[in-house]
Ligand binder design. Structure first.
Ligand SMILES: [Zn+2]
Length: 415
């Protein structure tokens, strides 16, 4: 069977045919000549309208999907056309990807693999440059973003992740409807202005259609949500609130470790960090034993831990009224303690009482684990792809991994 026959089977063009197939100069690659169909007129690459020919340019190579580990290139000397609207421009080549030396098919092929493997691995496996992989993913993201369907978004979650070292953040907005969960939008920083950018992009009409919004107690976010989607039930989600507890316990514990050391006590607190931060049901048997041991001491870390575990009860309420009573009691008790970091948490919870109780109004409508799950995936993506050297790179990688972006049919042909 001729390679041409296979190509025609998998990837046919309307106005071009496959010509001669031969080894390249170094015999390690296959080269396929592209020929325009006799009766097909060249089209303008900008508007795709048939236009009178102008001249022909030098031959270009476009990398295609490899066959049996052999690299494949399409060769074609593009014509230039004189479009009535766009002037003298290069003709439309249905396999090309703008000015890139890759075909669309190969771009989608690499982008597809870049969802399953790290970008570095994709580059290694297919002997492509890192840049080719990046450009392919970028192309897939641009196409997907341009074809995004935004109707029917009723629940969103707002989250942030730290970016690079130091205190730089990205704001991520997720759709968390039960029928569709995906990353909707990314913005640099976590300022009010950042989130305003989301609402501007999303549009006032769709923003008015939001029923539930889930976020952290971060003030700029709260302000913007109140202004742009006041009709939505704003829920402070469990994952973010419990993260504040973990931070407070860490602080109490770190202070106490230092203090015990200077007083020369045996290091009862070493290697206890996870015992105190994890839920008891997630501990191993050995850890459970160690925790029971630790709880015998009247340590500040232990008291902070017990306050946190006690607070978990809050989430089990059904009625906002009783949950509110519990919250008030818990806050009073904590404010009487001497644990400064925990007192700060209590103050924060008190200040956001109304929003906290919205959790119970939204119960059953939102699955609380969604934002947390996305948060973990986003951090993993950050670690896997490159370390986010530039904001643009971060944006592309996250949209590709978490955006559930639409793809054209060709994306599934080879991958
Ligand atoms: Zn044109």
């Amino acid at each position: 069977m001729l390679i041409k026959t296979i190509l025609n089977r998998v990837h046919r063009f309307k106005s071009f045919i496959y010509g001669r197939v031969h080894w390249g100069a170094d015999a390690e690659v296959l080269e396929v000549e592209m020929v325009e169909r006799a009766n097909a007129r060249a089209r303008c690459s900008r508007c795709q309208r048939p236009s009178p020919g102008y001249d022909r340019m030098a031959q270009r190579r476009f990398e295609f999907v490899p066959l049996w580990g052999i690299k494949v290139f399409l060769l074609y000397a593009p014509r230039r056309v004189c479009c009535p609207e766009h002037g003298v421009v290069v003709e439309y080549m249905p396999w090309a990807l703008g000015k890139r030396p890759l075909t669309q098919a190969y771009g989608w092929f690499l982008a597809g693999w870049a969802k399953r493997l790290s970008w570095k691995e994709v580059a290694q496996v297919f002997q492509a440059s890192w840049d080719s992989v990046f450009r392919s993913v970028e192309m897939a993201v641009q196409w997907g973003r341009a074809h995004l369907e935004l109707s029917g978004v009723t629940c969103i979650g707002i989250d942030e992740i730290a970016w690079k070292r130091g205190h730089r953040y990205l704001t991520l907005v997720y759709q968390i409807d039960s029928h569709c969960k995906r990353l909707l939008w990314i913005g640099e920083h976590r300022k009010a202005k950042t989130l305003l950018g989301f609402f501007r992009w999303f549009g006032p009409e769709r923003s008015q259609g939001l029923a539930y919004i889930c976020s952290d107690m971060w003030k700029p976010y709260l302000r913007v949500v109140a202004k742009k989607a006041a009709q939505a039930v704003h829920v402070l989600d469990r994952f973010h609130i419990m993260a504040h507890f973990s931070k407070a316990i860490d602080e109490v514990r770190a202070g106490e470790v230092k203090e015990l050391k200077t007083k020369g006590y045996e290091p009862v607190l070493t290697k206890t960090r996870w015992l105190l931060l994890k839920r008891p049901e997630n501990l191993t048997d050995k850890q459970t034993g160690k925790l029971a041991d630790l709880l015998r001491y009247n340590l500040r870390s232990v008291r902070a831990y017990l306050l946190k575990e006690d607070f978990q009860f809050f989430w089990t309420y059904r009625s906002p009224y009783w949950a509110g009573r519990f919250l008030d009691k818990w806050c009073t008790r904590t404010m009487r303690s001497t644990l400064e970091p925990m007192k700060r948490v209590a103050k924060m919870l008190r200040n956001h009482r109304a929003l906290l109780l919205n959790w119970f109004r939204a119960k059953g409508q939102l699955s609380s684990g969604v934002v947390e799950g996305f948060n973990t995936k986003a951090k993993l993506t950050a670690r896997k792809s490159f370390g986010f050297r530039t904001y643009h790179g971060a944006e592309i990688a996250l949209y590709h991994a978490l955006g559930a972006l639409p793809e054209p049919e060709i994306a599934h042909r080879f991958c």
